[in-house]
Unconditional design. Structure first.
Ligand SMILES: [Mg+2]
Length: 359
C-alpha cells in the first residue's frame, strides 16, 4: 500500500500578497488588474465571503465588493515560494510531482525522514511551510493520487484530511460528482443530466457505458470511483536520466567480451527505462579504463530508440584500439533527453479536464 500526500497552498497568489503586504491581511483582496476584460486570478478568503472567486470577471468582483483591493501579479514572488516549498518536499522524499506552482503530489511510502505515519509527515510539512515560508497549506493523505488530491480539498483552509483504504469506497459513494478530480463543469452538467449526482450513482454504470459517454475519461471514472488509481508519483528531477553500470573484478582487454558486457549493461538500463515507461533520445556510454581515466560517448537520435538500436549504436562507439591497449574496469549506459515522460501519466493528462486551474 502506497502513502501519498497532496499538498495545496491555500488561496496561493492572494496569500503571498497578504504575506508581503501585511497591511492587507484580513482584507478582501484579489490578484489581477482592473481592465475591462480582466478576470480574478486569485481571491483571498475574505474576498470569497463576498462571493468572489477566481476566473470571475473583475468588473463583477468590484460590484460585489467596491472596496476590494486589486493587486497586480508578481510571478517572481510566486515562483520563489514555489521553489521553497518544493525544497521542503524534497527533504522528505525524492518522489515529488508538482501539478502547478502551489500543488504537488508526494510519495512518502519510503520517506527520507520524519515520522513513519504519512499523516504526521503531512502535518510536519504544513508546519515547516508555515515556519519557513510564512504561508498556509492544506494536505490530503491517502493511498493514491486521486484520493489524496480530493482529500486536500475537503478541509480548506489550513486543512488536513485522511482517507483510509477501508473508508475510500464509502467516502466516494457519498461524494458529490462535481468534487471528483477530473470532473469539470461541463462533465458535471452532463452527469447530472444522466442522473449521476454522487459517486454511488456513477458506480451503477458499466465500464462500456462510461466509455460510450465519456470516451477515454470513462475508463478513468470507472476506476477512481472504486478507489483505484495506479498512477505513480513521477518526479521531474528524477526524469533527467536512467542508467546502469558495472565494475569488473578483472580488467577486460578483449573486444568480444566488452561487447557482451556492454550488452548486459544495456539490458539492465533498458529494463529500468521500461519500468518507468520512459524512452529518451540520447544514449551515453561510460567507459573507465584500468588506469581510472573515464570517457563518455553519446549519440542523439530524432526517433525513439529501440534496444537493438542502442546496442548497435554503442558498440559502434567503442574505442576498440584503446580497449585492447588499456583494459576496461567499468562500463555504463545511460538514457537521457526524455521525449515522452511516463506514458501512463501522459495518457492521464490527455483526459479532457475542464476544472478551474486557479482553485
Ligand atoms: Mg492552491
Amino acid at each position: 500500500m502506497r502513502k501519498i500526500i497532496h499538498i495545496d497552498m491555500d488561496s496561493f497568489f492572494a496569500s503571498v500578497e497578504q504575506r508581503d503586504f501585511p497591511e492587507h491581511v484580513g482584507k478582501a483582496l484579489v490578484v489581477g488588474h482592473r481592465g475591462p476584460r480582466s478576470v480574478v486570478a486569485a481571491a483571498s478568503y475574505e474576498a470569497r465571503k463576498y462571493g468572489i472567486f477566481s476566473a470571475m470577471p473583475m468588473s463583477t468582483a468590484l460590484q460585489k465588493c467596491p472596496h476590494l483591493i486589486v493587486m497586480p501579479h508578481r510571478f517572481d514572488a510566486y515562483t520563489e515560494v514555489s521553489r521553497n516549498i518544493r525544497n521542503i518536499f524534497h527533504e522528505y522524499t525524492d518522489l515529488v510531482e508538482p501539478l502547478s506552482l502551489d500543488e504537488a503530489y508526494l510519495d512518502v511510502t519510503d520517506a527520507k525522514k520524519g515520522p513513519a505515519s504519512a499523516s504526521l509527515i503531512a502535518k510536519e510539512i504544513k508546519n515547516e511551510i508555515k515556519k519557513r515560508v510564512g504561508l498556509i497549506a492544506s494536505a490530503g493523505v491517502s493511498y493514491n493520487k486521486f484520493l489524496a488530491k480530493i482529500a486536500s480539498d475537503m478541509d480548506k483552509p489550513d486543512g488536513f484530511f485522511l482517507i483510509k483504504p477501508a473508508d475510500a469506497e464509502s467516502f466516494l459513494e457519498d461524494l458529490d460528482i462535481g468534487l471528483f478530480y477530473g470532473v469539470g463543469k461541463k462533465t458535471e452538467e452532463k452527469m447530472h443530466k444522466m442522473n449521476i449526482f454522487k459517486g454511488r450513482d456513477l458506480k451503477l454504470l458499466t465500464r462500456p457505458e462510461l466509455i460510450q459517454h465519456f470516451g477515454k475519461a470513462g475508463i478513468y471514472f470507472y476506476d477512481v470511483v472504486r478507489g483505484i488509481d495506479e498512477r505513480s508519483v513521477v518526479s521531474f528531477r528524477e526524469r533527467k536520466s536512467i542508467g546502469a553500470e558495472r565494475t569488473y573484478e578483472t580488467d577486460i582487454f578483449d573486444i568480444d567480451e566488452i561487447k557482451e558486457k556492454l550488452t548486459e549493461v544495456i539490458n539492465i538500463m533498458w529494463q529500468r527505462c521500461e519500468a518507468k515507461q520512459m524512452i529518451g533520445k540520447t544514449i551515453t556510454m561510460k567507459l573507465r579504463f584500468a588506469d581510472f581515466t573515464t570517457i563518455t560517448r553519446s549519440n542523439t537520435h530524432n526517433q525513439i530508440f529501440t534496444k537493438e538500436k542502442i546496442k548497435i549504436t554503442l558498440i559502434d562507439l567503442l574505442p576498440n584500439e584503446e580497449i585492447k591497449e588499456r583494459g576496461v574496469r567499468l562500463l555504463g549506459a545511460t538514457m537521457s533527453h526524455f521525449k515522452s515522460e511516463n506514458k501512463q501519466d501522459q495518457k492521464q493528462l490527455k483526459i479532457d479536464f475542464d476544472f478551474n486551474e486557479f482553485d
